[in-house]
Design a protein around this ligand. Structure first.
Ligand SMILES: [Cu+2]
Length: 210
């Protein structure tokens, strides 16, 4: 029993270790020349999704905090200037590949120099505990199927339904693939044929021996 538990714990820890996080940073929220949140902890392998929700801004990696100069790194992260849209924000995703602080700023007009539109991500080693985690963004993965409504219990149903049914936004749900049905049925037919062939062989074998 203890052995089983430790195996389960090991698998769980491996899963946690491999499970990278996707952090959300709002660009130009509430009409401000700012990144929100401006500082947070993340792990190597995590992604940061910048959502351009207002104004005209971009994201350029820098080599120092508050330095309004593009990083000298050949693979420095940059985005085009995006026009903010609160309802359907353009997004850009930065994969945090290297341990250490990741600095960035906005190159538009004097946003960096005058409005201090710069920020920092403390990128810690993969699996290391975060002291000040950021805001989690929805993972860019197929969503789990919507949960069925909870069965009614003995109590009279007085709670408003809206409190339980406000699930996460269904933006990425539409991309779920629905095509491999034909392939699986073809496999099924193949299996049936091979079973039939096998059955025929067995029949001819038994008739041979009888
Ligand atoms: Cu800006």
């Amino acid at each position: 029993m203890i052995k089983h538990l430790s195996v389960v714990a090991l698998i769980a820890s491996l899963f946690t270790f491999a499970n990278s996080e996707n952090w959300s940073v709002k660009v130009g929220d509430a009409g401000k020349n700012a990144f929100t949140p401006a500082t947070f902890d993340a792990n190597v392998g995590d992604t940061v999704t910048f959502s351009f929700v207002g104004g005209n801004h971009d994201v350029f990696q820098a080599d120092a905090f508050g330095k309004c100069v593009k990083s000298a790194l050949p693979d420095a992260f940059t985005t085009p200037i995006n026009a903010g849209n609160a309802a359907a924000p353009p997004t850009a995703v930065w994969t945090l590949a290297k341990e250490g602080p990741a600095y960035y700023y906005c190159t538009v007009a004097d946003h960096c120099a005058t409005d201090q539109m710069y920020a920092k991500i403390n990128v810690l080693a993969a699996g290391k505990a975060l002291t000040a985690p950021g805001v989690k963004a929805p993972a860019e993965q197929p969503k789990a199927p919507p949960q069925p409504a909870a069965p009614a219990d003995d109590l009279p149903n007085t709670t408003p339904k809206s409190t339980t049914s406000s699930a996460s936004s269904p933006t990425a749900a539409a991309s779920a693939p629905a095509t491999p049905k034909a392939a699986s049925s073809a496999v099924r037919i193949d299996n049936q044929i091979s079973i039939a062939v096998l059955g025929g062989d067995l029949l001819s074998l038994t008739s041979y021996f009888l």
